[in-house]
Design a binder for this molecule. Structure first.
Ligand code: FES
Ligand code: FES
Length: 160
């Protein structure tokens, strides 16, 4: 049995269905039904599968379930909801960031971790922190949305 905290709720995974060496991505998607986290490359290169483990972005396609045992796992489903979007999701909508959308949940999870550690990131800091790949080329809008979210954090949120 692997126990972890998923989006602030305790979860138990049966070894018979979810062996400890199974990549966390498949446990999330196939066992727990959280399909917001995507499979891209499977080799830790693209970032489509990015989740947060104890607040840090990690690539779930290469992280065994056992490595998440007893830890806080946060996925895109734990970031915001349609009724209550996260500040970054509001910024994403404001800048109309996504094209196909496939990479975007991973982008957001990496961006949220960045903003928690740096409320005034330069474009260079964003590029260094967000190593996720986007085949649609949304990088300029990702940067702009992170800058906007950071400004809302510092100066107040226009909808509040
Ligand atoms: S699917 Fe995990 S990094 Fe590409
Ligand atoms: S929006 Fe299509 S891959 Fe990034």
């Amino acid at each position: 049995m692997t126990r972890l905290i998923l989006n602030q709720r305790a979860v138990e995974l049966d070894d018979a269905r979810v062996p400890p060496d199974m990549p966390l991505l498949w446990a999330l998607r196939d066992e727990l039904g959280l399909t917001g986290t995507k499979f891209g490359c499977g080799v830790a290169a693209c970032g489509a599968c990015t989740v947060q483990i104890d607040g840090q972005p990690q690539r779930a396609c290469v992280l065994p379930v056992a490595a998440a045992a007893g830890r806080q796992v946060r996925t895109i489903e734990g970031l915001g909801t349609p009724d209550k979007p996260h500040l970054l999701q509001r910024a994403w909508i404001h800048h109309q960031v996504p094209q196909c959308g496939y990479c975007q949940s991973g982008m957001l999870m990496a961006a949220e971790a960045l903003l928690r550690s740096n409320r005034q990131p330069s474009d260079a800091a964003i590029d260094a922190a967000i190593t996720n790949l986007c085949r649609c080329g949304t990088y300029p809008r990702v940067r702009a949305a992170i800058q906007t979210a950071a400004r809302w954090l510092r100066e107040g949120q226009p909808w509040a």
